[in-house]
Design a binder for this molecule. Structure first.
Ligand SMILES: [Zn+2]
Length: 317
């Protein structure tokens, strides 16, 4: 046990030293991301060849674009090609800074804050953070289905009401976010168009194993949607003031929602429905990596840039 802790401590200190350095110096940042992406053996992102070399000046310096040459397809490339960094002129040290801040603060970090810290324009900072959230988003098709004891619930988040009428009609400014959480495990969350048995069941089918046991509140949409689960379905009646009955609670999923809400209102202030799914992905990512340290969480996020592209248009339009 003690030996394992020593190992983890050592590993942690290496990463925790490398990240601040990568946030200050462009060369260090590029090499940090190259190491994370290629693990010491660079690959041409265009043809997959490993016959590649860094382009250096006569004095052995790398140029300002940190180019590589591929001896097979004869083209040049950088570590940005084929990732969320492609088509961005934002320096790599600022990308590293954004990843580090998003992964090390519990409630997330706003574009306004990143703009102040880095000197990027607000618009560029918003773009940067949306791309980082996009990288953090789990790939629904490959992520494992939740099992054993699974709690499901929905909440309403987003746009603060501008006047009392909107407060009464919360559906008009807030959007429903649906989440399923495995007790002691992972969460899957996303905004849904509307809350009813059909939408809820569709998400449950996508994320939850058939033999899991489902815990929800007594809302009517769960009565039908919860039927196919072989492990059973237990409900807790919130309206009767019943929050915990035996193991039938939805405290875990409510804990996740309170994290989202504190972030939404404390950090981001206003989030449009259009981008809500990106913020939800960010909270999901942090929750699912809550047992690792900030350094490892940052590495995990940066490593998920592979094969992901998000155009500027998709973010600002
Ligand atoms: Zn090539």
């Amino acid at each position: 046990m003690a030996r394992d802790q020593g190992k983890v401590g050592e590993h942690k200190s290496v990463i925790l030293r490398a990240i601040p350095a990568a946030c200050k110096d462009e060369g260090a940042a590029v090499e940090f991301v190259e190491q994370l992406r290629w693990n010491g053996e660079a690959v041409c992102p265009r043809c997959g060849s490993v016959a590649v070399a860094q382009i250096k000046s006569l004095t052995g310096q790398r140029g300002p674009r940190y180019l590589w040459r591929c001896y097979d397809c004869k083209r040049q490339f950088t570590v940005r090609i084929g990732t969320i960094f492609e088509d961005s002129r934002i320096p790599m040290r600022i990308w590293c800074h954004g990843f580090w801040r998003a992964c090390s603060s519990k409630k997330g970090v706003s574009a306004l804050q990143i703009s102040r810290e880095t000197g990027l324009s607000y618009k560029s900072a918003l773009f940067l953070m949306h791309r980082i959230r996009f990288a953090m988003a789990s790939d629904g098709a490959t992520s494992r289905k939740l099992e054993r004891a699974v709690e499901a619930d929905e909440t309403f988040v987003g746009g603060k009401p501008r006047h009392p009428r909107e407060e009464r009609e919360k559906w008009s400014t807030k959007a429903p976010v649906f989440a399923v959480v495995e007790r002691g495990g992972e969460v899957r969350a996303r905004p849904i168009e509307r809350v009813n048995a059909t939408t809820v069941r569709a998400v449950l089918r996508e994320y939850v194993k058939r033999d899991a046991k489902l815990y929800t509140d007594e809302a009517t949409h769960y009565a039908w949607a919860g039927k196919p689960w072989a492990g059973g379905h237990e409900t807790v009646n919130h309206s009767a003031g019943e929050y915990v009955r035996g193991s039938a609670s939805t405290n875990t999923v409510e804990g996740f929602f309170s994290l989202i809400k504190r972030g939404m209102y404390g950090t981001f202030h206003s989030v449009s429905k259009k981008h809500l799914h990106r913020y939800v992905s960010e909270f999901e990512f942090r929750y699912n990596s809550r047992h690792v340290n900030d350094g490892d969480r940052t590495l995990k996020a940066i490593q998920s840039v592979e094969g992901k592209r998000l155009t500027y248009r998709a973010v600002v339009s």
